[in-house]
Design a protein around this ligand. Sequence first.
Ligand code: MN
Length: 706
Amino acid sequence: MITVDDLIALVRAYNPNSNDALIRSAWDYGAKAHEGQLRHSGEAYFTHPVAVAAILAEQQLDDATIITALLHDTIEDTGSTYSEISKLFGEEIAELVDGVTKLTNLQLSSTETKQAENFRKLFMAMSKDLRVILVKLSDRLHNMRTIKSMRPEKQAQKARETMDIFAPLAGRMGMQWMREELEDLAFRVLNPEARASLMRRFITLQRETGDVINKITGDIRAELKRVGIEAEVSGRAKKPYSIWRKMEEKKQGFSRLSDIYGFRVTCKSEQDCYGVLGAIHQRWRAVPGRFKDYISQPKSNGYRSIHTTVSGRDGKRVEVQIRTDQMHEVAEAGVAAHWSYRDGVRAENPFAVDPARWISTLTERFGAGDDHDEFLEHVKLEMYPDQVFCFTPKGEVVKLPRGATPLDFAFAIHTRIGASCVGAKVDGIRVPLWTRLKNGQSVEVMTAEGQRPQATWIDIVATGRAKSAIRRSLREEDRERFVRLGRELARVAFDHVGKRATDKALTTAAHHMGLPDATELLARLGSAEMTAREVIQVLYPKLADKKGDEIDAARAIVGLDPDQPFRRAACCGPLPGERIVGITYRGQGVVIHAIACEALAEVEDQPERWVDLQWHSGTHPPVHTVGMDLTIRNDAGVLGHICTLIGEQGANISDLHFLDRKQDFYRLIVDVDLRDIEHLHSVTLALEAESDVAMVERHRDLNRRP
Ligand code: MN
């Protein structure tokens, strides 16, 4: 293990202004916290955070990142706390360590491919500060470099995660070297035979072709010297996994040099880059379709370079990347270039991207490039601002649209969990159900038996899944309520004719009316799709026609000719017993208004249309429909009880609809068929006396035409 002095020297080399005392104090703190803990290899645990810090120092990162590396496992594995670290090393470092701890706590075990993209986005989303990801990636790199000491199953699991999540993440951050090393370390574990046979082929090929790298770099140098451009030329063999992936993609063995070696020319200026390109294309033939100019169209993570493939020596294909030194720095460090130091100051690289802006521009740049990979990257990330990722207490990820609430979360887990939700805890704290969830929060849903979806939930949820589950449940509940109500209506109506509404009687009536069963009949009664009178009519036709001395409804009005058609005005709906006046309408006969009806103002200046009328003084049949506006308590059975009360007054409910459904009260309009104004008074009185009824009013709709 390197010493604290080694580490400080490493940092000093690029940042002479670094805070040595703070690094030293973090070192001592970490060493003490991990004292006595061992790694799988048997080494002292603290060697790991030190190695992670060293990896980041090689990337020339700032003090806060180096110190975070030294402390990154303390909150997770030792007695340290956020507040202690904040007190000793400041808020910035405490936040960073806390961020790394959160990422460590993610359960990545369910890394099916489907989830992998989510996890990568989740990592981004959870890290307000991308330095958290840099530390996490370096942590994983060191763990992969030392993976041999782990149990084989554990090795396979870590390697899979690395391949699915960490390597692509490093790639997205623009850190190509990190991506390649992670991939190759994972490849060793996941497919050792493939890697070994690839290496054998590779060695044979090298023997056959000789020192290809030296020959080709020599050729390129000679050409650049000829045109007078000063540049560095280097070549390298690609990592086994990159070669393997190319073979898999092309479904062919490797034979082309361009699949195995890569060459790079780094020069001083952008102009030189194009000069180099011209020289190379002049000397060797360019392979069509392999030219890409990421200098004029940089990738969103700041990557700039010219790529081309030419037919070189003996017609063998050679891939060349051309870039400036500054572009090269960004190509290697990626987003991390933003934090690097050189000679004691933040390195000002004009090509480094501001990480915060980087994320936000990802979507704007959509459509700018025609590079396929980048296109995909945009498409995937485009969805990211609209989503939040939350966790179950077990650490599983639940993906939700932005604006989602704990209720959406509950329904996303299971409809049953959503339906029985009574509360939620977010990060361990009780919150209202309408709270909007944020990225990375852990959500615990509290349920209770007997809880059912509430009508008010519709406005709280954001997901279609939750909305439709709630609607379905409310409909079912409505039906149950209608059945209960129908049972009451039937009971009253049967009582009225001296019979009992037994199941047998109801089933018989249902079958006679072409309905599947008694429940359907009751539901229709309750929802006023049919009247109790119709049911009685089916079973006891004689009893239903008990009219006695009631006057004929067609002769209810005195003052009209026997065959003169009339109807009650829809606006005021006058009842027998109320003072009325008739107004003639061309082709519509006479419309009966209450004498106080405001609609009469319209015909005030047309006295010829006014007809003096009166209600018949005899007993009217209960056929005059009046709307009653009721506000009643929302409680099981209240509605049924209301219907019983109305039925007991000898009135029939002919329609019923809900206006408003609040947590504790309902407002509904009940259409009741009445004999006369006295009948209305007795029904109103009976309702007003009922403690579950908050308000009773005659419903008049003056907006309706007469
Ligand atoms: Mn670690």
